[in-house]
Write a protein of this length. Structure first.
Length: 177
């Protein structure tokens, strides 16, 4: 198991991505199941992103286990009620729209527990003030099977501050008209 509390950021992304792509010891008949389950975890992650972007508080909170642990730039949250309070503050007064890229899925225990890692690019629009703000984060989850779906048991979000990310605008000298 990877300790999400003691490691952070890019180190966690590298650690998750460095895990074996396919769990060792899978029987031939499980290989097809592996492909389906990996897609299921990836679909869960993308569905979660859509729920967060729509600010659907109840559905977002339901995506977490009762005993979840979240470490983020806003603090550490244990349990669904703490996660609910965090998202209530997150959704107001700034509406965040996030995009997860470079999504990696690695199974811990096929097919009951897995890691998800990604870069999260977020744009925040304040509900009463003009302008927008942005952030680039690393996002690592440990998810567990919950019936036919998945839930987030543990999550670590770290804002990348060591790199100067800029939007490059086209110029006339670059041949763009």
């Amino acid at each position: 198991m990877i300790d999400l509390a003691s490691r952070s950021g890019l180190a966690l992304l590298r650690e998750v991505t460095g895990l074996p792509r396919r769990p060792a010891g899978l029987a031939a008949e499980q290989r097809c199941e592996f492909v389906v389950e990996e897609a299921s975890v990836r679909d869960f992650a993308m569905s979660f992103a859509h729920l967060v972007n729509a600010a659907e508080l109840d559905a977002v909170v339901a995506a977490y286990t009762d005993d979840c642990m979240v470490i983020s730039p806003r603090g550490q949250y244990a349990g669904r009620e703490a996660v609910r309070r965090n998202y209530q503050a997150y959704f107001d007064p700034v509406r965040w729209f996030s995009f997860w890229t470079n999504v990696t899925v690695r199974f811990i225990r096929p097919f009951d527990e897995a890691y998800v890692s990604a870069y999260q690019y977020s744009i925040g629009v304040h509900t009463t003030e003009p302008g927008a703000q942005g952030a680039v984060s690393t996002d690592v989850w440990r998810v567990r099977r919950a019936g036919d779906s998945w839930q987030i048991a543990e999550r670590r979000i770290d804002i990348l501050t060591g790199h100067d990310h800029q939007v490059l605008l086209p110029t006339a000298s670059a041949g763009v008209r």
